[in-house]
Design a protein around this ligand. Structure first.
Ligand code: APR
Ligand code: PHB
Length: 389
């Protein structure tokens, strides 16, 4: 079999790339190791930059997002029981849209099926071959049979644990990493959100976040030690701890209930360079991870795909490799700024165990400067709504 571009992974990065290339008449096949329902069952974040929304709409999957997405012109940061609003719209002219990553994935899967572009779910033992040649190939097994396909390019959209990055010889890859000594315990609940906008809380008992998926479904997070497990936390214990970290007004409005999902995620910053090796390109979590504090994970995957899709379309339309040759450097320039912002937000808002008195004082000074300085608020807002591609 032969196609033009093989995409490994049917997460938001792989699906968005598949549709943007399909729209330009470029053939793709997506190979996904998990069943479709498993991919749709993963609960992830849901803050979309305008650039991400524009790409999803360009891919033809923006109808439900426009109808159900919540436009947020700002967010609140709480410290010492006082909430301070960061006015994205006023400071940058831009907003973000709250719409679950699961819904984005579902919408992209629907348009891919509707246009008949192929996705192989439960494609096991995916192997990428001859990536330094002019005609790489990818092999996999499914239903006990072995398959192989030749192509021009392979794009690894297979996340942090995928096969693609591992295909690049270690001697040709540089990785940068920062692990954090705490995690986020998140729950999803079918109750109206506690506030119109998100509330990021720096509290002496640890970070907390009040977020939402819709006007009837809310998402809450608590910073907790990395050694703990979601099973250690009953719903009651979660609500009791959340109310201890929120201001009285929020507590009075908080509607609690049984969690429909509960999970604990470690926080990590990670970047792999370069994002290209021969005819293999990496996009999304396959090349970089950000802690969720800056809401950048999905948006970085989208910007990678935005830059790479234009480069592939240029290659097939004009035979020029210029875009492909500059993809890694251009994507990494934006990625490192988002890594820096996500690390800064994490430092600013979390209780860092064993932090020295000096570090704690710096954190408080950073918060007080933020709340008093329009320049500092503009910098935060500019990064939160999304830096240019
Ligand atoms: N073969 C085939 N598919 C694979 C393989 C493999 N060896 N390894 C992983 N996959 C699939 C996974 O099952 C998953 O469905 O690749 C997909 C990767 O999807 P994501 O992890 O969602 O990564 P990405 O599309 O880059 O999206 C990044 O996801 O984790 C969030 O915060 C992150 O929002 C960001 C977004
Ligand atoms: C979420 O809604 O899941 C969410 C929102 C903002 C973040 C992280 C997660 O920074």
């Amino acid at each position: 079999m032969r196609t033009q571009v093989v995409i490994i992974g049917s997460g938001p990065a792989g699906l968005l790339l598949g549709q943007l290339l399909h729209k330009s008449g470029i053939d793709t096949i997506i190979l996904e190791q998990k069943p479709k329902d498993y991919v749709l069952g993963r609960i992830r974040a849901g803050v979309l930059e305008q650039g991400t929304v524009a790409l999803i709409e360009e891919a033809g999957a923006g109808v439900r997002l426009r109808h159900e997405g919540l436009i947020h012109d700002g967010t609140e940061i709480e410290f010492g029981g006082i909430r301070h609003r960061i006015d994205f719209k006023g400071l940058t002219g831009k907003s973000v849209i709250i719409y679950g990553q699961t819904e984005v994935t579902r919408d992209l899967m629907d348009v891919r099926e509707a246009c008949g572009a192929p996705t192989v779910y439960e494609a096991l033992d995916v192997g990428i071959h001859d990536i330094e040649s002019e005609s790489p190939s990818v092999r996999w097994s499914a239903d006990g049979k072995k398959f192989a396909i030749d192509c021009d390019y392979v794009v690894g959209c297979d996340g942090f644990h995928g096969v693609s990055r591992q295909t690049i010889p270690a001697t040709r890859l540089q990785t940068y990493e920062r692990a954090y000594p705490f995690g986020w315990l998140g729950i999803l609940v079918e109750k109206p959100p506690v506030s119109e906008e998100l509330i990021y809380v720096n509290h002496e008992r640890g970070f907390a976040l009040c977020s939402m998926r819709s006007r009837t479904r809310s998402r809450y997070y608590l910073q907790c030690p990395i050694e703990e497990h979601a099973e250690d936390w009953t719903d009651d214990r979660f609500w009791e701890e959340l109310t201890r970290r929120l201001d009285p007004q929020a507590v009075s409005k908080l509607q609690t209930g049984p969690s429909i999902e509960k999970s604990l995620a470690p926080l990590r910053s990670f970047v792999a360079e370069p994002m290209r090796f021969g005819r293999l390109f990496l996009a999304g979590d396959a090349a970089h991870i950000v802690p969720p504090t800056g809401a950048k994970g999905l948006n970085l995957a989208a910007s990678d795909v935005g830059i790479l899709s234009r480069a592939l379309i240029e290659r097939y339309k004009t035979n020029s490799d210029a875009g492909l040759d500059s993809y890694s450097q251009r994507a990494l320039a934006r990625i490192w700024k988002a890594e820096r912002f996500s690390w800064q937000m994490t430092q600013l808002l979390h209780l860092v165990p064993d932090a020295s008195g000096f570090d704690r004082k710096l954190q408080v000074a950073g918060l007080e400067y933020l709340f008093k300085s329009t320049a500092a608020q503009t910098a935060l807002a500019e990064n939160y709504v999304g830096l240019p591609y």
